[in-house]
Design a binder for this molecule. Structure first.
Ligand code: HEC
Length: 486
């Protein structure tokens, strides 16, 4: 998409590091929230449908409560979901400018689906309100019939909105997973060139499964945590402002009902409200425990799988360290879950939720390091272009900057440690430069940011060159050795 490329600005090395920092920040916010949103929407619609089929009671109450937690206002959705996602599109556009990568297009597509899912989800929640408002009205008289008609149409549109929300949020998860798979592996910059090839790519599915498992873990933990935080059944009912049981008991339409069964069985009319909230809570506990257990067992395996599938250029010590931290945090989460379930220490649900979110943050940080590793070389190419354009601008303005040649730089900076045909402090160029013959970007990257290569030598200190200077000296070295070789 050319439009997306044109929002990118020329990029210097400093910008590159700033962008990665923004990426990390934005993802640390967006990924846990979008995972929670995805899990909650899927789960809420699913429980509601199950109640309709008569499999459970109080599914509706539970979905209503959970949606209120995750989507309390539009600004929460905007600041935790949509804006970070937009920032990610910008970061992708910036990092991948000038490559054939479709990461930007897919993340932009993900944002569109996120917007659609948000609209559908808010309409879905709105229909709950209508239903609540009309549920108490009895179905006799013209007013009652009108109310029933309105109620019926509200339910119909709610059904539609629920279905739309589910499919669009899944489409969002898929699009972001494609963007992720592409940006984590330069091989995919070229070979994922359409939706079709994305569907066929194994990596896309691995990333999608990882996202979905994190989303089940976060949602399960979230249900347990929020239910615990809301305190006892009475407090819970008051907090969501559902009219009390008495107002509902006359209505045949009320889908929030069903608590009557509970109250009938214990024969105490005073406990109608308690019974309702209680059985919704038990339903939530069961679901929360199941979801987070399965997800917490599967997620570490998927983390390992993403690690194994990374290309060589993406790997570095930090990638492994952060992946290990994420896996350990997932185990810690399992531990907290155990404390909740077996030891009935429900206060541990706070740790459960926090450790899952922290594990996600560790993973996001790992991905930032991967992104740094795989786009590093390309970033230097972009920085060169930036330097050139800056110099052109300067000379157009009449500011003369003496451009050093490769030979000048060699004499001034490198000859202290390097000779062409003999080793000095550093290795002889003859021995090390030829391996960069087909990879000038790699040589430029090394000169700008030397890394440890050969244990027989001390590490080379950074020479503080500008990208365009590093380019000149790299060209000079390659030319000189090329001429000698031929
Ligand atoms: C203070 C001494 C020192 C200076 C100055 C220095 N280098 Fe090095 N250089 C080293 C050492 C030591 C190594 C070996 C590092 C290693 O193997 O980890 C090295 C390695 C290299 C390598 C081999 C990298 C590889 O992949 O094996 C290249 C290329 C190189 N230097 C280029 C340069 C250039 C170009 C300059 C001038 C801009 C320069 N060096 C300035 C000490 C220096």
């Amino acid at each position: 998409m050319d439009v997306l490329n044109s929002i990118a600005l020329p990029q210097s090395t400093e910008h590159f590091h700033l962008l990665l920092f923004i990426y990390n920040l934005v993802m640390a916010m967006a990924v846990p929230y979008l995972a929670l949103l995805t899990g909650t929407l899927l789960f809420a619609v699913w429980t509601e449908r199950r109640q309709e089929k008569g499999r459970i009671v109080h599914g509706l109450r539970l979905s209503r409560q959970m949606l209120d937690w995750v989507l309390p206002t539009r600004s929460v959705y905007l600041f935790l979901g949509l804006l970070p996602a937009l920032a990610m599109v910008f970061v992708h556009a910036q990092l991948f400018q000038g490559t054939s990568s479709l990461a930007t297009s897919f993340s932009a597509l993900g944002v569109l689906f996120l917007i659609a899912a948000g609209i559908a989800a808010f309409s879905y929640i709105y229909a709950f309100r209508i239903e609540e408002a009309f549920a108490g009205i009895k179905g006799d008289g013209a007013a009652g019939r009108a109310a029933e008609e309105l109620l019926a149409s509200a339910r119909k549109s709610q059904r539609r909105n629920g279905t739309t929300a589910v499919w669009t949020i899944l489409a969002m998860a898929f699009s972001f997973s494609v963007a992720q798979a592409i940006s984590m592996n330069p091989g995919h910059w070229r070979d994922i060139d359409s939706v079709f090839s994305a569907v066929l790519s194994l990596d896309v599915w691995v990333w999608l499964l990882l996202f979905l498992s994190l989303s089940a873990a976060i949602t399960g933990a979230g249900i347990l945590f929020f239910q615990h935080k809301r305190g006892g059944p009475a407090g819970e009912a008051a907090a969501i402002g559902v009219p009390d049981g008495g107002a509902y008991s006359g209505s045949t339409q009320n889908r929030f009902a069903g608590a009557e069964r509970v109250s009938d069985s214990n024969g105490d009319p005073g406990s109608i409200q308690d019974g309702k909230a209680d059985s919704a809570r038990i339903l939530g506990e069961k679901a929360g425990i199941r979801m987070s257990t399965v997800a917490l067992l599967v997620a570490p395996l998927l983390v390992l799988l993403t690690l194994v599938r990374l290309p060589e250029s993406a790997a570095s010590g930090w990638v492994y360290v952060l992946a290990a931290v994420a896996v350990l945090l997932l185990f810690a989460a399992l531990h907290a879950l155990y404390a909740c379930v077996r030891l009935k220490r429900w206060s541990s649900s706070a740790y459960l939720f926090a450790t899952v979110v922290l594990a996600t943050t560790a993973l996001v940080t790992r991905d930032q390091v991967v992104l740094h590793n795989v786009t590093k070389d390309h970033a230097y190419v972009l920085a060169q272009v930036y330097d050139r354009s800056e110099e052109e601008l300067k000379s157009a303005l009449g500011v003369v900057a003496k451009q050093l040649t490769g030979e000048d730089i060699y004499n001034a900076k490198c000859s202290a440690c390097h000779l062409f045909d003999q080793k000095k402090v550093g290795p002889a160029y003859q021995a090390v430069v030829p391996k960069y013959k087909e990879n000038k970007a790699g040589l430029v990257a090394f000169i700008l940011n030397p890394v440890k290569v050969d244990p027989a030598y001390p590490p080379m200190p950074s020479q503080g060159l500008k990208p365009s200077e590093a380019d000149s000296i790299a060209t000079y070295l390659l030319q000189k050795l090329g001429a000698k070789g031929s």
